[in-house]
Design a protein. Sequence first.
Length: 319
Amino acid sequence: MKTESFRCQLNHITKTLLAMTPAQRLTVQQVIQTSQPEITINELIQPIFDSSPQCPHCNCSHFTKWGKAVSVQRYRCSSCHKTFNNKTKTPLAQLHKCELWDKYAECMSLRLTLREAAAVCNINLKTSFHWRHRFLMAQSAHNHEKLSGIIEADEFFMAYSEKGSKKLKNNRKANKRGGQMSKKHNKSKVTILLSIDRSEHMLSQVLEADTKAEIQAHLQPYITQESVLCSDGAHAYEEIAKVTKCEHKRLISTKNRVIDKVYHIQTVNGAIAHFKDWTERRMRGIATKYLAHYLAWFKETRAKLDKKQILVAAYQYQH
């Protein structure tokens, strides 16, 4: 009887939700999320560790509990005899004030600047900088997804930057913010490959050089066979399409921006313009050494990850 009553209530709720507008359903989702009790960081990452527990030092699966430190369980390996906890050798290792991480992750989902996030969490500016790049470290190392269906690909350039460095390499002179890239010297610019399919899966990579070999090496392994590859006139994409048995749509004329009303590269070009505007205006320029981190952050926010998903992605427990 209770089961039948539950089914009737569930059907009624489902019909009500389907009758709502997308904005109304989003409001319901937000109300449900805010009504749920907050879980601690340890409660969030402990199940990930428990799914395949191993010593982070020697990968041995035999260990014993070894007391607690600030309510976090520690362990001692039976093989190497070293102690560890569930965050050892992860990007979150040795970071303090973990009770503020969820609030900081929310600041990242809103793309707040370092100073804005520091003010919200009441932390030091250096701590804000340190947390940002620790949270993005794992994501930047796993910033590749398989692409399928209609795939758009293009490369773009950004000025080489050593922002934040006290001493510049090769004793070069500092460039003023907002300066133009040199068209003569390739060392003054950095090449980034960006590719997106219609399911919003994204692949991004900072290339060592703008060459056919580099584009093939970083794009070809992630293309699903028999997809449709849309690109500009670069010959590297022709070769990738042949190897992966994909249909290739070349858009090389300003008058021919869309083929058959479906195939174009406007989505990837729009993402490139958005990324450039965000990093150059909102972030006021970024150091080239952190470019992969910001590409991962850009991907996170496009995917609309919530604060818990950002923390799980930042944890990325490695065996």
